[in-house]
Write a protein that binds this ligand. Structure first.
Ligand SMILES: [Zn+2]
Length: 232
């Protein structure tokens, strides 16, 4: 159904010219790009995001713990190929400079040797946040047919960052919010294991919601939206 009053889901500009993929299309291997979610986006929001999307892809599909997922492997191969393009040299250099040896452990905790990891620095997280904010804004619109107003706050943490960034008492509160979501089926599963999400809208306010984003069935992000400041 055509939207009678289309606006860019990110900035609210009227009559957006393009549609943007949420999550970014580059996370899906070429063979798995049917049925992706798209949302109305102005050209400016769409184009300014593409470098952040590429960064996000490297950080998520390139993660060691995603490597055994077949779709992540395919995407990782295309990342390596893209690094060989002349215009990607600067970015490739930046990534390669930050590769470090890391100790790897099995799920049971046994040391299984060394692998190559990426040293994540503070500005990297800010950049990941830009992408997860956009994903949540886009999915919110797609799911509820309502645009999150600009004043809304979105907080989204990758799983391993939760404990470092949220105080223990609030972690317990968050567990109460997210646990029921994880225990049910995802609200959507797209691209043969590439992406799933869960969402629960708060009953007492219009723009409060809790989100779980999962990539390659390995990399988890936990997000909250709020009409005002989120205090986690
Ligand atoms: Zn826009």
């Amino acid at each position: 159904m055509a939207d009678p009053n289309p606006v860019c889901v990110y900035c609210g500009t009227a009559n957006p010219e393009t549609r943007d993929h949420v999550p970014p299309r580059n996370l899906f291997p070429k063979q798995n790009r049917s049925n992706l979610i798209t949302v109305p986006s102005c050209r400016s929001c769409n184009e300014t995001a593409s470098k952040d999307d590429e960064f996000f892809r490297v950080m998520v599909a390139g993660r060691l713990d995603a490597h055994d997922h077949p779709q992540a492997q395919k995407v990782f191969e295309s990342i390596i190929r893209s690094f060989q393009r002349p215009q990607a040299r600067g970015f490739a250099r930046q990534v390669l400079d930050n590769l470090i040896d890391v100790d790897m452990y099995s799920e049971g905790g046994a040391y299984i040797g060394q692998g190559v990891g990426y040293k994540v620095v503070r500005t990297d997280y800010d950049r990941l946040d830009l992408v997860t904010d956009r994903i949540i804004r886009g999915l919110y619109w797609d799911k509820f047919s309502v645009r999150l107003p600009n004043r809304c706050t979105i907080k989204c943490y990758e799983n391993s960052r939760l404990e470092a960034n949220v105080d223990p008492k609030k972690l317990e509160d968050l567990a109460l919010i997210f646990k029921p979501l994880i225990e049910r089926q995802p609200d959507a599963a797209i691209g043969d294991g590439v992406f799933e999400y869960w969402v629960e809208r708060a009953e007492d306010n219009d723009f409060g919601s809790a989100w779980i984003l999962r990539f390659y069935q390995r990399v988890w992000f936990f997000g909250l939206t709020s009409p005002g400041d989120v205090t986690v």
